[in-house]
Design a protein around this ligand. Structure first.
Ligand code: NAD
Length: 371
């Protein structure tokens, strides 16, 4: 009998790709998802986009009875259900703490009654705050806090000599610096998982994800997924809008590589009790990414618009050290970035086609031209 995996929040962007990956690996998959409007309102996602073999249960992860039902017969859990906008978390505080932290608490309350073998939780790079930096004298700076920038100063954080520092890959050992409500809730989710799972005979694993991208990310959700937001702007002939000077560095990881990381975290014996970074291992500036995406979408004439202002709470640079997950679990990111952008561009174009088809069909129906 194949093992049965529950994915909370599994109807979302990562969950749908992970469902397909787990089915390929021979698991049975059940999804518990409340299909929140902010993610599923645009019509480009939802339970209907899940592979047909997935068993779908509609329900809120904060509802103990729904979680108890979803846990019946389950061997392993991947916990993805969450509110995911960093900026939005700073004003929708109650909602973020409720879904992310109380949701995880309710899940574990039910797991105490019905333990499983392993629980893997989705954490985030945002828990690091600023990543690790190299100072001008060759040292390492771990506790970098950005101070308000005076006109003419460099955007990069400065060291004690007043020199700009250079970002270097951030390993799991860097101390968290929780600069947003979202980061705080993600860290709580991690700690609840790594504290409670072993206390009740289960194995806990936390994955700290960098920026996932790929087909299927909610284009209509303006609070998350920088590439999806840029794609939606370019699609409408609008320039992507970038804060600061666009030279901030991130790691963009294809959603299929993220799915690979979750599958490994779910099954590899060495993962029990561990925390892993998940990225592509290649860092890029946000400006470069906006240009490459415009080219992939055939909109190379559209230059990104640089705000020249920093958004409060934004970090300057954070790039991933993925050595631990590569060494211990054999993770190997496979997707090339430029090819991934071409695939994203094709998917975005298809969304337009789908929308137009729906519109055209409504028109024909209104005119009595379809039966
Ligand atoms: N996409 C990224 O770049 C990224 C980066 C770091 C961490 N993560 C984490 O990975 C996970 C999945 O992210 P995603 O990009 O697929 O997000 P997503 O918004 O596409 O999916 C989240 C899913 O959770 C569901 N959900 C929300 N509240 C719920 C509730 N109360 N009960 C049940 N379901 C609920 C939503 O309906 C949605 O289907 C999240 O935990 C997120 O914090 C994602």
């Amino acid at each position: 009998m194949p093992e049965f995996v529950l994915i909370t929040g599994g109807a979302g962007f990562i969950g749908r790709h992970l469902s397909a990956e787990l089915l390929r690996r021979g698991y049975r998959v059940r999804v518990l998802d409340s299909l929140i409007e902010q993610v599923h309102g645009g019509g480009t996602s939802g339970a209907g986009m899940l592979p047909p073999e997935v068993e779908f249960q509609a329900g809120d992860v904060r509802d103990g009875a729904a979680v108890a039902r979803a846990l019946r017969g389950i061997d392993r859990v991947v916990h993805l259900a969450a509110e995911v906008g960093v900026g939005q978390s700073m004003y929708a505080v109650e909602r973020y703490v409720s879904v992310n932290d109380c949701g995880t608490a309710v899940l574990f309350q039910q797991l105490i009654e019905a333990p499983v073998r392993r629980v893997v939780v989705a954490s985030s790079m945002s828990i690091y705050g600023e990543g690790l930096y190299r100072t001008s004298d060759g040292g390492t700076a771990e506790e970098v806090v950005r101070r308000p920038r005076r006109p003419g100063e460099p955007w990069d954080p400065l060291d004690a000599q007043g020199q700009p520092m250079r970002p270097i890959p951030t390993p799991e050992s860097k101390r968290p610096a929780l600069a947003s409500v979202y980061a705080l809730t993600k860290y709580t989710q991690e700690r609840l998982t790594l504290t409670l799972a072993p206390a009740y005979g289960m194995e806990g694993v936390a994955l700290r994800l960098w920026n996932a991208y790929g087909p299927g990310q909610a284009l209509s959700n303006p609070y998350t997924g920088v590439l999806a937001i840029f794609a939606a702007r370019l699609h409408n002939g609008q320039p992507p809008m970038i804060f600061e000077d666009g030279e901030q560095r991130r790691d963009f990881v294809h959603v299929e590589d993220v799915a690979q990381a979750f599958a490994l975290a779910l099954e590899h014996p060495a993962a029990a009790g561990q925390v892993y970074n998940v990225g592509s291992g290649q860092d890029r500036t946000v400006r470069e990414v906006a240009r490459l995406l415009a080219r992939a979408m055939g909109r190379e004439g559209i230059e990104p618009e640089l705000a020249g202002q920093a958004r409060l709470g934004d970090i300057r640079h954070c790039i991933a050290d993925i050595g631990k997950i590569q060494r211990e679990l054999g993770y190997a990111p496979r997707r090339d970035f430029v090819e991934g952008l071409a695939e994203l561009a094709a998917w975005v174009a298809e969304q337009q086609a789908v929308d137009r088809v729906a519109e055209a069909r409504r028109e024909l129906e209104a005119r009595g031209l379809v039966a």
